[in-house]
Design a protein around this ligand. Structure first.
Ligand code: AMP
Length: 223
């Protein structure tokens, strides 16, 4: 399945996508934020990427699209993928429509107070990008990644000023995109209105809804 996981910063896209991937035949979890972070040393674009990422702005569309397209062209993405962090504006949605057909959008619906609480306690591994939360999903040893032993850090764009800017950008440019996909009948809304719901519970809910969606789509096709 070709999936987009959609929602504001702090809604849990990365946490849920990384857990969904093994349940969906190991389709890759492709996070544009991580792809761009890995390209921060690029000779041509690195400086721009660093500037926009560190201040909570959007990296120019052309750079993001080129980075994403290169990743989608890799063999492991042929059988499907979960895109996290793209599209974020109308231009990006149009560009994606031209390169691939998305099957389903998982739309995470989370109140703003939950987002703010989650983002302010979120830390990420410098080596493998795994996300932890010092309150709700702490690493076994403080400051150390459970998966690879790398150091955990708070991203500059998770600091209060950048968070405000990122959420404002989401509401202005990204949230309206859901209509584009709702009109195609491919949106699954997942409501998460507490900061303390264990990820497994949300992931099970998403899997149930995906099964129902696939079944309904299969029936519609055979009619
Ligand atoms: P994320 O990890 O998805 O919150 O992304 C972190 C940062 O990477 C964002 O604040 C942007 O600066 C940049 N970024 C990620 N995805 C995109 C995108 N689709 N368009 C523009 N910038 C992006």
């Amino acid at each position: 399945m070709k999936i987009i996981i959609f929602g504001p910063q702090g809604s849990g896209k990365g946490t849920y996508a990384s857990r969904l991937s093994p349940l969906l035949g190991n389709i890759p979890h492709i996070a544009t934020g991580d792809l761009l972070r890995a390209a921060r040393d690029d000779k041509e674009y690195g400086e721009k990427i660093r500037h926009y990422q560190d201040t909570g702005g959007l990296v120019p569309d052309e750079i993001v699209l080129r980075t994403l397209k290169k990743r989608l062209d890799q063999p492991d993405a042929r059988k499907g993928f979960i895109i996290d962090g793209y599209p974020r504006n109308a231009e990006q949605a149009k560009a994606l429509d031209k390169i691939t057909a998305i099957d389903v959008i998982i739309n995470l619906v989370v109140p703003e107070w939950v987002l703010l609480q989650r983002l302010s306690t979120r830390v990420q591994c410098k080596n493998c990008s795994t996300i932890f939360n010092t309150r709700t999903l702490p690493p076994k040893k403080p400051g150390i990644c459970d998966k690879c032993g790398g150091p955990l850090f708070q991203r500059d764009d998770d600091k209060p000023e950048a968070i405000k800017k990122r959420l404002a950008l989401y509401h202005e440019m990204s949230a309206p995109l859901i209509k584009h996909y709702r009109d195609q009948g491919i949106v699954i809304d997942i409501e998460c209105d507490s900061p303390d719901i264990p990820p497994e519970i949300v992931v099970n809910k998403i899997m149930d809804r995906l099964r129902t969606f696939k079944k309904a789509r299969g029936q519609a096709k055979t009619k």
